[in-house]
Design a protein around this ligand. Structure first.
Ligand code: NAD
Ligand code: UDP
Length: 334
C-alpha cells in the first residue's frame, strides 16, 4: 500500500516514515523543507535500507499536490505538514491559518477527486484547552488558547463535516500529547531551528553546553512540585500509533489520544534525564510562560482498546534517545 506522508521530512514525519516502511508500506513524502532538511530523508534510507519517493512541494499548491495523486496510486494520506510554533502563531496568525488550513483543504480535495479514502490527521492535545485532566476524546472544546491550536480544532471540524457528507471517507484524528526522544540509531530526532521552544530539546542543548541553563516556567502550579505536568511520549511510539491507525480504521471519523496516560513534571523529567545520562542540568525558576496550563495528560484507554496500541517506551528511554541524538547532531544555535 502507498501512503502519502505530507511533512514527512519533519520530526514526527521521519519517524513515522520509518515505522511505515518497517510495517511494509511504501512511502511518498511531500514536504517544502520549510522546517526540515533533505538529509533526514537520506537517514531514513540508512536506517531502513528502503527508499521513499520525495516531492519537494508546497502542500498549499493544488496543482503540485494533484500531480502526486495522478502519478501514484495512493491508498492513504498521513497529513503532518503544518506550522507548529504556538508563540509564532500569536505573532503571525494569518500565516498559520493560511498554511495549516489550506494544506488540509487541498489534500481533502485531492482525496475526494482521486477516491483516496483514508486520511490521518496530526491534531494536538492543545485542542482540549482548559478541560480537566485526564483529557478524554469525548470532551467538548470551544476556543483554544492560540491560533495554532485553533488551526488544529478547525481542521478537525472541517474533516468531520466532510466525512459526514462523504460516508465512505475514513478520517482518523490523532491528538498527540508531548512527543520527545529520537530514533535509537541517533541519526534522526528533533532539531529545531534557533533557540528551542520545547522542554526536551532545550534540556539537551543545556546538556551539550549550547545553552547555559534551563528556564523553568513557574513553580507555583497546583502540581506535585509546582512545575508544569505533561504527558511525554516517545516519538517512535507515536510513529507506531500512526501505523496502528492506518491498519485498523473503518469508515467515519475516529478520534484518538496518543500519549502514555502518565503525567510528569518539569523537575521530574530533569531528574530522570540527569540520572540516565549522568549530566547535571542547570536551571533557574522564572515566571510562568503565557498560555501554559498546569497539567496535560491523556486518557489512553480508547486507543488501547480500538487500535490495540499502547506506548511502550519509558521516560528513561526518551531521555537517553534524545541525548544520543543531540550528541550526534551538529547544529548552530542562532
Ligand atoms: P515539523 O516542523 O518537524 O514537521 C512539519 C513538516 O511540515 C516540516 O518538514 C515542514 O517543512 C513541513 N511543512 C510545513 N508546511 C508545509 C507546506 N505548506 N507544504 C509542505 N510541507 C510543509 O513538526 P513535527 O513536530 O514533526 O509536527 C508534525 C505535525 O504534528 C504538525 O502538524 C504539528 O502541528 C503536529 N503536532 C506536533 C506536536 C509536537 O509537539 N511536535 C504536537 C502535536 C501536534
Ligand atoms: N518548559 C519550561 N522551560 C522551557 C520549555 C518548557 O519550563 O524552556 C515547561 C513548560 O512550561 C511546560 C513543559 O515544560 O510545563 C512542557 O513544555 P513544552 O513547550 O515542551 O510543551 P507544551 O507546553 O506544548 O506542552
Amino acid at each position: 500500500m502507498n501512503i502519502l506522508v505530507t511533512g514527512g521530512a519533519g520530526y514526527i514525519g521521519t519517524h513515522t516514515c520509518i515505522a511505515l516502511l518497517e510495517a511494509g508500506y511504501s512511502v511518498i513524502v511531500a514536504d517544502n523543507l520549510s522546517n526540515s532538511k533533505r538529509e533526514s530523508l537520506e537517514k531514513i534510507k540508512t536506517i531502513t535500507n528502503k527508499e521513499v519517493l520525495f516531492y519537494e512541494i508546497d502542500v498549499t499548491n493544488t496543482q503540485a499536490v494533484e500531480e502526486i495523486f495522478q502519478q501514484n496510486s495512493i491508498d492513504g494520506v498521513i497529513h503532518f505538514a503544518g506550522l507548529k510554533s504556538v508563540g509564532e502563531s500569536v505573532e503571525k496568525p494569518f500565516m498559520y491559518y493560511q498554511n495549516n488550513l489550506v494544506c488540509t483543504l487541498v489534500l481533502i480535495n485531492a482525496c475526494l477527486k482521486y477516491d483516496v479514502r483514508r486520511f490521518v490527521f496530526s491534531s494536538s492535545a492543545t485542542v482540549y484547552g482548559g478541560n480537566h485532566v485526564p483529557f478524554v476524546e469525548t470532551m467538548n472544546f470551544s476556543q483554544t488558547s492560540n491560533p495554532y491550536g485553533e488551526t488544529k480544532a478547525m481542521c478537525e471540524r472541517i474533516l468531520t463535516d466532510i466525512t459526514n457528507a462523504n460516508p465512505s471517507f475514513t478520517v482518523t484524528l490523532l491528538r498527540y500529547f508531548n512527543p520527545v526522544g529520537a530514533h535509537n540509531s541517533g541519526l534522526i530526532g528533533e532539531a529545531p531551528n534557533g533557540i528551542p521552544n520545547n522542554l526536551m530539546p532545550y534540556v539537551t542543548q543545556v546538556a551539550k553546553g549550547k545553552q547555559e541553563y534551563l528556564n523553568i516556567f513557574g513553580n507555583d502550579y497546583p502540581t506535585i512540585d509546582g512545575t508544569g505536568v505533561r504527558d511525554y511520549i516517545h516519538v517512535m511510539d507515536l510513529a507506531e500509533g500512526h501505523v496502528a491507525a492506518l491498519n485498523t480504521v473503518t469508515a467515519g471519523v475516529h478520534i484518538y489520544n496518543l500519549g502514555t496516560g502518565q503525567g510528569t513534571s518539569v523537575l521530574q523529567l530533569i531528574k530522570i534525564f540527569e540520572e540516565v545520562n549522568g549530566i547535571v542540568i542547570r536551571f533557574k525558576i522564572t515566571d510562568r510562560r503565557q498560555g501554559d496550563i498546569a497539567s496535560c495528560f491523556a486518557d489512553v484507554s480508547k486507543a488501547r482498546k480500538e487500535l490495540d496500541w499502547i506506548a511502550k517506551r519509558d521516560l528513561e528511554t526518551m531521555c537517553k534517545d534524545a541525548w544520543r541524538f543531540e550528541q550526534n547532531y551538529n547544529h548552530q544555535v542562532m
